[in-house]
Design a protein. Structure first.
Lengths: 226, 226
DNA sequence: GCCGTAACGGTTGTATGCAATCTTGCTGCC
DNA sequence: GGCAGCAAGATTGCATACAACCGTTACGGC
């Protein structure tokens, strides 16, 4: 998964390991509350403890793990109320970003968003819902980046990862509506209409929240497929 | 090794270094855009490069520095619009936290907040405005923690640090009004009135924003690139 | 004189080793 | 039987050492 030293890529070990651990936390390979020993992680990803430790410091700042000196690093545990609050925070921040994105978006941003929208359209037509989750993440991330606020984009990314972790479930039911809403949002960006963009995103997030809540509780992995 | 930190504290080197670097960035000992070499930091804080590197990973996740592999670590540069957006984000998140704090606050939270309020009252009576900045930060941080949402508290802490960095300027003028507003907020928490708490904090932040803006972007160092 | 190129110094990235500390399981006592 | 205290093992924290890489500069060809 990591480690392609033979192929010559010897750089970026720390970042690669960080992404790998985050992935394994989000996908629940490591259970919440589980202790992560540096040595076992180092063995798992075929690196030494140093990049593992650095990756853990990043993940700790992001809230995926927490560590006590000399005691070790543990996968974070998220309560139900905390999970709810994550959705609440996203419901605040994404509309904020969308409002600014409508005012500041560049042609490049628009083009990227349209590309994602087009790809999603194809997947929808073909009934292949598998790749939609990734495109959905991309759309929201690009939207946040179009805001021109690096902090907003960073927050959206972090919250998105955490939400994907807690609510490890996709909502294929809503896919058609969801992407129709995405299209409207993009149109508001084209029109440079900040207020409409903000409200559309606010509604969009609100509906997604309701879907999440209906679909099931946090932590429990609902067996499903897209 | 010459670990002469404090009175023989041999643990927590990384966290100590992290806080020290953050402090030096916020207080502009290190200028925005400046390159930070690990060796010089290690020398400055009398540690080896390892804890320095780990501290830098944390600070990178927090957005105070950014680094490229093999190229080095640089103090971040914040544009004026980004600074504005920081205030906007705080204006979203703190009321959100206050609303929940009013519903979830414990007696311990109330007691801590009252303590801070009392201390500030004394300083105000004595005309000693020096320590107020710290108490102000404490009040807002405690308020965020009272929300019972770790993510909210973490965001408030991060945003607060960054705002203190960008707008490195205090506003003694507003001190009396500000603390009167703090007292009202605390009362709303006692009354367990979420809506009132949210609105009071929203107004409070809004007034602080105006004060910042009037004061000018004196603290904002326009990035000079080459 | 200009540009491509190769070597050098400086810096970052990773691995290893050892001391300090925590956790775990056991012992002995109540 | 349960719990405090302790020893052994396991794990973390930090320092040192070495390898990989980047930017710069001196050099030579054109």
């Amino acid at each position: 998964m990591v480690n392609e030293r033979g192929a010559g890529r010897r750089r970026d070990t720390t970042q690669t390991v960080c992404a790998a651990i985050r992935e394994d936390v989000v996908s629940r390979v490591f259970a919440p509350g589980e202790r992560l020993t540096e040595e076992s992680l180092a063995t798992r990803y075929r690196v030494s403890r140093v990049p593992v430790r650095e990756a853990l410091r990043t993940l700790e700042a992001e809230g995926f793990v927490h560590s006590r000196p000399y005691a070790g690093t543990f996968v974070a545990e998220i309560s139900e109320t905390e999970a709810e609050d994550l959705l609440g925070l996203r419901a605040l921040i994404e509309p904020f970003g969308a409002e600014r994105a409508a005012a500041r978006r560049s042609q490049l941003h628009l083009a990227r968003l349209e590309l994602v929208l087009a790809e999603a359209g194809e997947l929808l037509r073909d009934g292949r819902h598998a790749g939609l989750a990734r495109l959905n993440t991309s759309f929201h991330q690009l939207l946040a980046e179009a805001s021109g606020s690096p902090d907003t984009a960073a927050l959206v990314a972090q919250l998105g990862n955490k939400i994907a972790w807690v609510y490890s479930v996709e909502l294929p039911r809503r896919a058609n509506d969801s992407w129709r809403e995405h299209a409207e949002i993009l149109q508001a960006l084209r029109d440079q209409d900040p207020e409409r963009a903000r409200e559309l995103v606010a509604d969009h997030i609100r509906r997604a929240q309701q879907a999440y809540r209906l679909r099931g509780s946090k932590g429990v992995r609902t067996p499903q497929h897209g």
